[in-house]
Design a protein. Structure first.
Length: 150
């Protein structure tokens, strides 16, 4: 059963992807600030990623449930969201390895570049974790002739 909406997302006047992009940008900026600061403090990017992980999971989940998908947060949704976001850590680590260690780019360039790469993956996985299939169910309920009303 899909999560209960906190409010009708159409009432905000902005499409879900636009809200996702805004929340994603906030999370990306915070994540990059935290990671760059941790590396500047003398830690490597790998320990930095581990330190940044928990606060960013909580911040991202809170923002996505309330602003992007407008659903009540649940423990199950947080678990799915955490698993989905943690699944991209191997890609994030590999990207930073290539950018920092192989290409010798500084962290203040590599971190934002890796963030851009993961943007679309995070949208798809956050939607799966939090909203699950509510979008597809609502499309099927309206019928094929009314898809433009969304």
């Amino acid at each position: 059963m899909p999560p209960t909406p906190v409010r009708d997302f159409r009432s905000t006047g902005s499409p879900r992807f636009v809200r996702y992009a805004g929340v994603g940008a906030i999370c990306a900026v915070l994540n990059n600030i935290f990671l760059i600061a941790i590396v500047a403090a003398g830690f490597g990017y790998l320990p930095g990623l581990m330190i940044v992980c928990l606060p960013m999971l909580v911040i991202g989940f809170a923002l996505h449930t309330t602003l992007t998908f407008e659903v009540k947060p649940t423990a199950g949704a947080f678990l799915r969201y955490s698993l989905a976001m943690l699944a991209n850590y191997p890609m994030w680590i590999a990207g930073l390895f290539i950018l920092c260690d192989v290409m010798k780019l500084p962290i203040f360039i590599a971190s934002p570049a890796g963030t851009l790469f993961l943007f679309f993956w995070n949208y798809v996985s956050a939607h799966w974790a939090i909203a699950r299939s509510t979008c597809f169910k609502s499309i099927w309920r309206r019928g094929a002739g009314n898809l433009d009303s969304r």
